[in-house]
Design a protein around this ligand. Structure first.
Ligand SMILES: [Fe+2]
Ligand SMILES: [Fe+2]
Length: 274
């Protein structure tokens, strides 16, 4: 959302008749105060919510820079009180952050929340923090953790939510989780999430949908990113329409979200513009 969520959204979403509102992270930008402001608004919703934190939720600007530069030293040096910031966000939400967690939705479905704070690419983002908080030290360990959640789940149908989507859906800049900030492009999806989705299928589960964000809709160099892919009976959705709120030609705000419905047998998704 990167800050594009306000009091009017609280009113509209509560009036929207949803059973659950899932936020796939990056509530705001680099300022914790902005993140806490959005978290406080989410807390005002009477509709149940689920927030999977993104790379902008808890890590600071220097940690983000360390990840971009692949500098372990910088990532470690800047990793001060990341727990405190994550806890402050959860406190503002009034509920724990999702991530490596399982959530019941009924009608034979459970939600598996993927790795929190993912920044995409073939790296375990914010590794020292993930090790301390979740005991996860590598992408392999993260995949394993997600597969154990699949083992723990009891519903025949699973829906995965995460900040960044899975590897394997295309390596061009405008693909659903393709990289648009490197000349060589590439697949920027998460390997651990892809492993968990494959594992769930191998266990005979129906992976109904995978919903994530992170890779923004506007592609660097021009064009729009693919936001929806159907493959192997799974609906993949990238919700990161940035900015989430914009003005129509008459200057009136238009608000984006995805409406996902599940009737126990069929999943449907629709882009909503309020
Ligand atoms: Fe992100
Ligand atoms: Fe983002």
């Amino acid at each position: 959302m990167h800050g594009f969520f306000d009091e009017e959204d609280v009113r509209l979403f509560d009036a929207g008749g949803y059973d659950l509102i899932v936020f796939v992270g990056d509530l705001a930008g680099l300022r914790l105060s902005s993140t806490l402001r959005v978290a406080g608004l989410i807390a005002q919703l009477t509709t149940p919510t689920l927030v999977v934190p993104g790379n902008h939720d808890a890590p600071n600007a220097v940690q983000l820079l360390g990840e971009v530069l692949h500098s372990r030293a910088l990532i470690r040096l800047a990793d001060r009180n990341t727990e405190g910031r994550a806890d402050a966000i959860a406190a503002a939400l009034g509920s724990p952050l999702a991530g490596y967690s399982l959530h019941d939705v009924g009608l034979g479905m459970q939600i598996v929340a993927g790795r929190p704070h993912s920044m995409g690419g073939d790296a375990l983002s914010f590794a020292p923090f993930l090790k301390r908080r979740f005991g996860v030290e590598s992408l392999e360990a993260s995949a394993d953790r997600l597969c154990r959640l699949v083992d723990e789940s009891t519903a025949p149908n699973l829906l995965f939510v995460a900040h960044n989507g899975p590897l394997g859906l295309g390596d061009r800049r405008d693909d659903i989780w393709g990289c648009d900030f490197r000349a060589e492009e590439g697949d920027f999806g998460d390997r651990d999430l892809a492993v968990a989705v494959d594992y769930a299928r191998a266990q005979g589960r129906a992976v109904v949908a995978v919903v994530a964000g992170h890779m923004h809709s506007k592609v660097r160099g021009g064009g729009e990113r693919t936001a929806r892919v159907e493959r192997d009976g799974t609906l993949y959705l990238n919700a990161a329409r940035v900015p989430r709120i914009w003005n129509d030609p008459d200057g009136r705000p238009v608000r984006h979200h995805l409406a996902v419905s599940w009737d126990g047998a069929t999943v449907r998704a629709e882009e909503m513009r309020w």
